[in-house]
Design a binder for this molecule. Structure first.
Ligand code: PEP
Ligand code: MN
Length: 364
């Protein structure tokens, strides 16, 4: 069921983010009464307790600043309550996204494709879905070369109102058809909270684009949908802002989130559209358990630089890459200048496999 209509609920004071807090992780078999006892214990200290969903544990966050003098005692007391597994101190502004909260990598499966595991997942496809022929031809080609995910924009965030805005629902219908026919996982951008329900009906994963990384109503609606989300980094966003955007998704109910570095504003636009922030890949892998992808197409803006930056991304530890592919880039309706032909994509895949193997990963 689509849950996007819940998005207008105001956030309560207990949901405000505080910089340093702690989380109580309950045993997987803790009873509701034990959870309640922990909540009551926290509130009896005049602090807000916030219940957080988790895949194995129920976690209870202390969503208030904790005076340093009570931290140690509170931790000790909470640890002794029945049903409590352990208490973790969280120093990051984001909580659920942090490695302090969850030490092991998040690995999830969408229609048989494992994301965040040993295999690097390549996403290929056109910037925009243009026609049945174009999307089928591209999908067949990228799949044959080893791509596991098919991308294709139907709602396009264009700088100019006169530029092609995407086929909208018609594009989504084509993506569903191609996804089902070829058995390939599909991802497409959603730009407006009110479109979240529609897009979840047609594709396997929502993309939230760079320009919308801090569109909070959209993050809330996408989070509440429970659908997997590929979240792109805003071109001027700091790492903390990026992770706080992911925190919105996790907090509102999606636990399958991919972070995608796609280039930040460059100091020199002469030769590249953006600067793919390769630093962000190991930094994010250190700070968060979420899978990290890189998009060297938007990161460079030029076909000729895409394969090199894709290789660099895999070498830097990316769990996947997103590549724009078009059967005839010079006639593409958007982003042709940074798109690979199917033949160029195939060559890039052969090179990427070597790099992946060299760093202990694989690409099928
Ligand atoms: C896209 O993926 O086509 C796109 C518009 O990306 P970004 O949001 O990173 O600019
Ligand atoms: Mn594009």
């Amino acid at each position: 069921m689509c849950m996007a209509n819940y998005l207008l609920n105001p956030m309560s004071v207990s949901e405000r983010i505080v910089r340093r807090t702690m989380m109580v992780l309950m045993h997987p078999d803790a009873t509701p009464e034990q959870v309640e006892e922990v909540m009551t214990h926290i509130t009896s200290h005049k602090m807000h307790a916030l219940r957080l969903p988790g895949d194995q544990h129920i976690a209870i966050g202390v969503a208030s600043a904790i005076p340093p003098e009570v931290r140690e005692q509170l931790t000790a007391n909470l640890t002794t309550l029945s049903g409590v597994d352990h208490v973790v101190q969280i120093s990051r502004p984001y909580k659920l996204a942090s490695r302090e909260f969850r030490r092991v990598d998040t690995v999830f499966n969408i229609k048989g494709v494992t994301i965040g595991g040993k295999e690097c997942i390549v996403t290929g496809g056109p910037c925009s879905v243009e026609s049945r022929e174009q999307i089928f031809e591209t999908a067949r080609a990228v799949q044959a070369s080893g791509a596991k995910l098919l991308r294709g924009g139907a709602f396009k965030p264009r700088t100019s109102p006169y530029a092609f805005q995407g086929l909208g629902k018609e594009g989504l219908v084509l993506l569903k058809e191609v996804g089902e026919t070829l058995g390939i996982v599909t991802v497409s951008e959603v730009m407006a909270p009110e479109d979240v329900c529609l897009v979840t009906e047609y594709v396997d994963m929502l993309q939230i684009g760079a320009r919308n990384m801090q569109n909070f109503p959209l993050l809330v609606a996408a989070g509440k949908s429970g659908h997997p989300v590929l979240l792109k980094r805003g071109p001027s966003a700091t790492i903390d802002e990026f992770l706080l955007a992911a925190e919105y998704l996790l907090h509102h109910g999606t636990d399958r989130v991919i972070l995608c570095e796609r280039g930040v504003h460059p100091i020199d636009r002469t030769y590249t559209r953006n600067t793919l922030d390769l630093n962000a890949i190991p930094v994010l892998k250190h700070l968060t358990h979420l899978p990290v992808f890189a998009d060297p197409a938007h990161g460079t803006g030029h076909t000729r630089y895409v394969p090199a930056m894709a290789r660099a991304s895999v070498a830097a530890g990316a769990d996947g890459v997103m590549i724009e592919v078009h059967p005839d880039p010079k006639s593409a309706w958007s982003d042709g200048a940074q798109s690979l032909t199917p033949a160029q994509f195939d060559t890039m895949m052969r090179e990427l496999r070597l790099v992946a193997n060299a760093v202990g990963r694989s690409i099928e």
